[in-house]
Design a protein around this ligand. Sequence first.
Ligand code: PLP
Ligand code: TYF
Length: 395
Amino acid sequence: MFSALPDQPEDKILKLMQMFREDPREQKIDLGVGVYKDPDGKTPIMRAVKAAEKTLWETETTKSYVALAGAPEFNDAMVALVLGDAVPRAEAACVATPGGTGAVRQGFDLVKLGRADATVWYSSPTWGNHVSILKHMNVAHKPYRYFDAATGEVDFVGMIADLATALPGDVVLLHGCCHNPTGANLTHAQWRQVVELLNERDLIPMIDIAYQGFGDGLEEDAFGVRLVAAECPETLIAASCSKNFGVYRERTGALMAVSRGGADTVRAQKSLAYLNRQNFSFPPDHGARLVSMILTDEALKADWMAELEEVRTGMLALREQLAAELKRLTNSDRFDFIARHRGMFSMLGLSSEEMDVLRESHGIYGVSDSRINIAGLNSRTVPLLAKAVAEVVGG
Ligand code: PLP
Ligand code: TYF
């Protein structure tokens, strides 16, 4: 049987991660995989996470199963973090999942259960795993225009035109903030227009929010997801704690299904727990418990927010520095969008051949679609990247 297994496509980001590890050059710069790195190139354990872990080690008395839906205090804390007071708690079904990816996967599963013939519309481009999981699950999917590479901005006219052709009951997958891979995000006014279109055409929003707190701040980054959840009859939300709590390997995330309370919300909650049981039974608890401990303890929460804010503003400063340096070296405003973008990523607009040159000649590892991880830079390496990019685009 195994000999009949098809060759599987590689994930280009994970492949790049491997290539970087194997590169012996000392001066190499990793701008590939979306993991936060401090100026020393380390991915730190956040102070509040370390403190919560210590308390947990001292107080945890059992490793017995928790619940199919995950710990209620985690689900409550996540609904509060993502949705604030945009909707009453009783309107949000929620389960813990293995990371944001588990939530995305399970969200598509719920679509299959509830509306098997729906097409899932995804932004072009989007995180590679969205499309790969949709394909794997045999869920119909279509791209909508999202990014205008010429300006580095959202192609909002194209986006609205494409979504206007979706059929009632189709699902629209949106990034809550810090769009991966482009870094280009909707304005408040554009979110409002998207909500109008969703409701006019009876489309179901599914929001993937994996970087809350990395863009304009914890509350600000939740603007879109809160608006949609409050204004649309039904909303799916896949939230990840990997980045904003730095708990990547603990696999911590949540899937929410928001509706207007009553029987539908209860039905959604039961279906979410059912899907957990079919896929992996009980969700991981360690990371989820750290997150709920932090979010429900005033001092831990304040410390976490302060550290997250340092992470966010550090990336913003790098954006400003890179945009300024590129402006100076290329004598053009071609790269100004880098300072306007938010989150970990921007797409430089270079060809995959140009990205090869960056890697081979300069030891700079970005994804072939020209996505770079801003957090892979520091104030010393920004000028090196800018110089290499200017050289490559200058011919
Ligand atoms: N969604 C997007 C857009 C992402 O970039 C990521 C990043 O890793 C995830 C979801 C899920 O991450 P994880 O499964 O590690 O929580
Ligand atoms: O886009 C990224 O780099 C992150 C991390 O299969 C990631 O979201 C990348 C690829 C992958 C899983 C996670």
